[in-house]
Design a protein around this ligand. Structure first.
Ligand code: FA5
Length: 348
């Protein structure tokens, strides 16, 4: 007959062996927690149950059992911790496996927006002039009669007003600007020479709309005023612009013309890019395409803004942005630019 001590030690050995044997095949957290409660649980764990026999042992036997019990407990706890870590790793791997992202799948394409061709032309033109030292300014689209006509030497009864049928806001006083030229006056009134600016913006004319005429379109004005400034500077400046914008093989032609606010005035044509100047349908068999109006700032205009015309001279020009875009992209219909038809816009 074994004594109580030996019996208890044997039970501890048996418990330890059984616990370790049962632990081995466990592969889920829930089962592991159950195992923990069964063997190491603080209330009804098997180890705890065995310890309840302690008070019945002889005093000198208790430390022996106590030591053994602690050793078993420590070992089982260590085994438990190792298993827990193994399961955690395994579950993490499973999660990663299940939630794997296939990075080789092609993404869903978002339709990318681009700049409108008119904005792009404005950017290109103004950048070319920026490189020549011009600043960029903008002005009001609702103008006064004074800035749009009078200050530009277009008097009230001047026949030049017939050239531009105007949208009046208050007849005879406030209007939608018909040109960007009023910004010549505003800029000169605000600054002392030298002045060098380009002015992009919308202009409005009460126009019969057709393939080359819109009622709302864009212009870019240029103005340079300095002590030494001649028509040669105007020509050189516009030639450089045309070469950068359309290519070095293009030639310019200055045709004398009339604007009340420039003297002398010139209409500027560029050689046709399609036929190289020989003549084709695109250039109406002339070999040339008109791109802008220009001239030397009229002394009356200089006087109007308080500049001394005996000391200062200047040149100015104004181009139609849609017409430049039509030339650059070889588009024969101006209304396509304001039509917002993506099938057209995507081609440019
Ligand atoms: C003027 O508007 C002058 N302010 C230009 C100027 C500035 C001359 C500085 C001298 C010095 P014009 O009316 O020709 O000029 O118009 C200039 C350009 O605007 C034309 O060459 C053309 O390209 C464009 N344009 C004129 N009318 C229309 C329209 N209805 N639709 C589209 N573009 C137009």
């Amino acid at each position: 007959m074994l004594g109580q001590l030996e019996q208890l030690l044997g039970q501890l050995d048996e418990l330890r062996a059984r616990a370790i044997e049962e632990l081995a095949p466990i592969n889920a957290s829930a089962a592991l927690e159950e195992w923990d409660t069964r063997y190491l649980g603080r209330n009804r764990g098997e180890l705890k149950n065995l310890s309840s026999v302690m008070p019945k042992l002889a005093k000198d036997e208790r430390p022996v059992v106590g030591q053994k019990m602690n050793a078993v407990k420590t070992e089982l706890e260590r085994e438990l911790a190792t298993k827990r870590e193994q399961l955690r790793q395994r579950e993490l791997m499973l999660t990663l496996e299940n939630e794997r992202i296939d990075v080789t799948l092609p993404g869903r394409a978002l339709p990318a927006g681009t700049m409108h061709p008119i904005s792009r032309i404005i950017l290109e033109v103004t950048q070319i002039f920026e490189r020549m030292g011009f600043g960029i300014v903008q002005g009001p689209e609702v103008e006064t009669d004074y800035y749009n006509f009078q200050a530009l030497n277009i008097a009230e009864d001047h026949p030049a007003r017939d050239m531009q049928d105007t949208f009046w806001v208050e007849p005879g006083q406030i209007l939608l600007r018909t040109q960007t030229s009023p910004m010549q006056i505003r800029t000169m009134k605000q600054n002392q020479p030298p002045v060098r600016v380009v002015v992009p913006g919308k202009v409005y004319r009460n126009e019969a709309i057709d393939a080359t005429h819109e009622a709302m379109f864009h212009q870019i004005e240029g103005l340079l005023v300095d002590e030494y400034c001649t028509m040669a500077d105007l020509k050189g400046c516009l030639e450089r612009f045309a070469h950068e914008m359309f290519g070095r093989d293009r030639r310019l032609r200055f045709r004398s013309s009339y604007f009340p606010f420039t003297e002398p005035s010139a209409e500027v044509d560029i050689s046709c890019g399609l036929c190289g100047g020989k003549g084709c349908r695109s250039c109406k068999y002339s070999g040339w395409l008109e791109i802008l109006g220009s001239g030397m700032v009229h002394p009356k205009v200089l006087r109007e803004v308080g500049y001394d015309p005996t000391k200062y001279r200047g040149f100015a020009f104004g181009m139609g942005v849609e017409r430049i875009a039509m030339l650059k992209y070889d588009v024969g219909e101006i209304r396509l630019f304001s039509g917002n038809d993506l099938r057209f816009l995507r081609q440019l």
